[in-house]
Design a protein around this ligand. Structure first.
Ligand SMILES: [Fe+2]
Length: 432
């Protein structure tokens, strides 16, 4: 039985939405990756991008987080005149009657006072607190192949939040509300590592920025790590998201490989020669040969270790989409024959025939879901990652009926293997 490698969409099925990377830059992903990624900053005006960010985030979402009174101070920074305000000034202990003492709630009244007085408020890892932002970060991670996390910034009018500095990871800035002026200068530290953070770099003086732009809602800015930048609000407040790409470098991979391979070599276990009897001179004399031995050991045994490290990084970069916790059964029940479903992102179910009766099962974590032989083709198409309806899947696989395929699709939604394709978290209160 031969199967088409891809599910072809019929004319009446909607086109997939623009990819997350394409929503962040005005160029094709291929052009961006070849000419800008890690090389130079890129500003994209809202008019040149496929969609606004109204579906992701708004000032109201940020406001609500604070208004719950349950936000923890670990997630928040208050920045006044470029300096962090001691959390002790805007933190409070829990008094909600719970038996466990909570001592690090954000005090919304105190934070509100700092905001009124001109401080910038930052919320770390907003992707973990706001489902649409988390979903967007996961899809961007799929596009760029590295983990993505997001922070939210709110700045009052007429303020400079942070001094001239550079970041140690590449960022995409998405302007959500109001406006903010960004000036981006040459790289002062090309491709810095994670532990090389650029603090206050002083005044840029009369240096000419590569980019000097006032960002407005829907605009984006890509800044590679190491490129210095400073920001200030003008006559409006500003809300923006910073999506940071947490990348794995070749240095990360090779240093891990080196440590692991050399740990298995007897030659590197002794301490350096003792000091008496000309220890330092012996160290210098023996070093070149040991370096040669190290290179030979890595060349001999390092490749498999490197592949393992890259594979571990790949699965970590693939951020898992969490299925509905309480409503999977409802979702399965409300499906129709023509409802599009897709594999939940970031999971790797496998087909296995390790069952007592020899039948095939779909294995996902601890779940083992039996799959009738004649529906294996349907499952393989779904594992291929394309969204499709039970109806269109049945039409592609010989000897299957739409009803049987539909029953299987419903079961897989109930198990959280598949999700309805329209199950994208969208901000409440938006029409987009
Ligand atoms: Fe920055």
């Amino acid at each position: 039985m031969s199967l088409a490698p891809e599910v072809h969409l019929s004319a009446d099925e909607p086109l997939p939405p623009a990819g997350a990377l394409r929503r962040c830059v005005r160029l094709s992903p291929e052009r961006f990756l070849s000419d800008y990624w890690e090389k130079q900053p890129l500003f994209s005006a809202a008019a040149d991008l496929p969609a606004s960010f109204n579906d992701l985030f708004a000032i109201d979402d940020l406001d609500r987080l604070f208004r719950t009174g349950s936000l923890r101070s670990t997630f928040v920074r208050v920045i006044r005149d470029g300096q962090d305000v001691d959390p002790g000034h805007w933190r409070r202990s829990g008094d909600s009657g719970v038996k466990v003492a909570v001592t690090d709630y954000v005090d919304p009244v105190a934070v509100g006072a700092y905001w009124d007085a001109g401080s910038t408020i930052m919320v770390y890892t907003i992707d973990g607190l706001c489902l649409p932002v988390g979903d967007f970060c996961r899809r961007l991670a799929d596009d760029v192949g590295h983990r993505v996390t997001a922070n939210a910034y709110a700045s009052p009018p007429g303020r400079r939040a942070l001094p001239l500095h550079y970041d140690n990871h590449d960022v995409f800035i998405l302007q959500i509300d109001g406006s903010k002026r960004w000036r981006v200068y040459d790289a002062v530290a090309p491709l810095p590592f994670e532990n090389e953070q650029g603090g206050d770099l002083g005044d840029p003086g009369d240096r000419t920025p590569l980019i000097d732009v006032t960002m407005r809602p829907g605009d984006t800015l890509y800044i590679p790590r190491g490129f210095s930048h400073c920001v200030q609000t003008e006559d409006q407040r500003s809300i923006h998201l910073t999506l940071g790409v947490v990348g794995l470098t070749w240095h990360d991979v090779l240093s891990k490989v080196l440590a692991k391979v050399l740990a298995n070599e007897r030659a590197f276990r002794p301490v350096l020669p003792l000091g008496f009897g000309g220890g330092a001179a012996r160290v210098r004399a023996e070093l070149p040969e040991l370096v040669e031995q190290a290179v030979a050991a890595v060349a001999r045994d390092g490749l498999a270790e490197a592949f393992d490290a890259v594979e571990a990084w790949e699965s970590k970069a693939k951020q898992m989409e969490v299925a509905s916790v309480l409503q999977r059964t409802d979702q399965a029940a409300s499906l129709a024959l023509g409802s599009r479903v897709r594999l939940r992102s970031g999971i790797r179910p496998t087909l296995s025939d390790h069952r007592a009766d020899g039948a095939t099962v779909l294995v996902l974590h601890r779940r083992r879901i039996p799959v009738p032989e004649h529906l294996l083709g349907v499952v393989r198409l779904l594992l291929d990652g394309r969204a499709a309806s039970a109806q269109s899947l049945a039409a592609l696989v010989p000897d299957t009926s739409a009803d049987e395929t539909f029953t299987l699709v419903r079961a897989l939604v109930g198990h959280g293997v598949l999700v309805p394709d329209d199950d994208r978290p969208v901000r409440s209160g938006t029409g987009s």
